[in-house]
Unconditional design. Sequence first.
Lengths: 344, 344
Amino acid sequence: MAGVEQEQTRSEKPSEPWVIGVDLGGTKIAVGAVNRQGQVLARTVLPTPVSDGPQSVLAAIAEGMRQIAAGQSTPPAAVGLASPGPMDNKTGVAVAAANVGWYDFPVSGPLQSRFGWPIYLENDANAAALGEWAFGAGRGVENLIYVTISTGIGMGAVLHGRLYQGSHFTAGEAGHMVLVPDGPLCTCGERGCWEALASGTAITREAREAVARHPESLLAALAGGDPLRVSVAQVGEAVRRGDPVAQEVWERAVHYLEIGFTNLANLFDPDLFVVGGGVTNLSDLFLGRVEGYINAHANPGMRGRLKMVRAGLGSDSGVLGAAAVAWQGLPSESWVEQARQEAV
Amino acid sequence: MAGVEQEQTRSEKPSEPWVIGVDLGGTKIAVGAVNRQGQVLARTVLPTPVSDGPQSVLAAIAEGMRQIAAGQSTPPAAVGLASPGPMDNKTGVAVAAANVGWYDFPVSGPLQSRFGWPIYLENDANAAALGEWAFGAGRGVENLIYVTISTGIGMGAVLHGRLYQGSHFTAGEAGHMVLVPDGPLCTCGERGCWEALASGTAITREAREAVARHPESLLAALAGGDPLRVSVAQVGEAVRRGDPVAQEVWERAVHYLEIGFTNLANLFDPDLFVVGGGVTNLSDLFLGRVEGYINAHANPGMRGRLKMVRAGLGSDSGVLGAAAVAWQGLPSESWVEQARQEAV
């Protein structure tokens, strides 16, 4: 992986405050320097050394932070670190980040000792929600629900202009909202969870079964006749080309998206739903329909007033979400006010 | 209905600030004088003159306010008014209070013109949530979810120590969270909503069918052999006396309570669930079980840490909830701080 990339968009005022955003994933660690406007001033990516143990992952993060800071003329105002799993942002401990082997693992303390900068931890879906609220598709709205649909379904909520984490840092487990008691088994051990019905994994599972049952279908042809090779992208392509086998799989998943989002509307009544994750590569095949459904089926008081958009931050979303966590952690209301004033 | 009752618990300091709480229902209007500690200093109850039209309902509220204020030595600091349906607490308009015929009906303006006191409107389930947070079973916790189970299922959320209303004043429609797509028809026109599966109305519906199928059952005997006379209380009594027909009805409803509350736990991860409404007369038959279930089935990060208690405010809950809305509306953080400091 490459070294630090300095952006052309580097701020003119070298002394303007900036933060580090760290997006920790199971295969790579993306680290960026981000200003208050959400511009990425510099970025670097390192492999996640999972097999070398939890301390090595922490060391790789520190190395990324060092590289990024070395390229700036001032130290960062703060660091935000986003990771899957519940993060205790009061004590700076990763409660359970299974993909990097962190369990009750102190993160902020060691990094703070080394660098002396304030560190704020956050769950990755929560950070993405805050990033979209601060810099992306939902800038400055009062209440935003972010939902990511990829292998699983995750959620983050910005309510009253503030990230809502819950009392044990595990709010927003929308993927495990049960929609069909006794439905398909979920990775969590329960049955009929939303992500067992409408995630990329669920779509792939149903598509495999459909391909096995219908070897004559276009979907089967796209997968080379091998049910195990079928992908969400192939389902989308077959749907566009009118394959009824793919359409049945797709329609079922979209209907569960409709029901799940209607439930979230009824519970949260937000200004805006922002939808991210890999399945949004097919957003033209579902986003407008789901928006139409919730506006016809949620509580009458909100019908016709609910909006749903695709996430706006693209490939930098992880780093920008983590950076938003850093900015929100700082004792400065001005940033929040700025996002609100810039609200669309 | 009787006139104003002055309480023995009347405050010693006659000049201490107090508010009026108005609990507007379809059959009666309860109005009380309430101090910061949640003591009801005086109360009165008037019939709701629904058949005389929306303006008459407003006039009855004004009369109740006048009676209560006449008994105090100082004017109230504010008035809180709780009603079913979405209330726009920014404009003071009842968006839709179907049981009293208010649709886009201005409430705060006329009352303020007459009395000159600040008026704050709120949905009744939201007000009950705030009342329990301020004065009842959930005093001062950071995140509280209140659920009322009676003819329907309603919800109110206090998040980050503040009532969460949603962007269109319709958050917390937990009763219309769909748990069984294509399940029983709900009053809202959708199918398989939580309240179509686990409310008092749902329990009664299932009990009627069970009584019709099993005229030999104890439940049928308790209902005098008439399916139309069966009640939730009779189901409870038959369950306690070991009637398998009643037990089957009850077990099904409790299971949907388990699933619904687990969904709310996964979404909100609160410190505390507070459960009110008529069905809690049978709370010994379900509250502990549901608490056990959510602590075994919600996200691992919150398991064993979720608490569920019965609402604590009893028959004054409506007036106290409305009074809490009035206190929260006033520009004084001291009240919030007090509730937090008194947190158990």
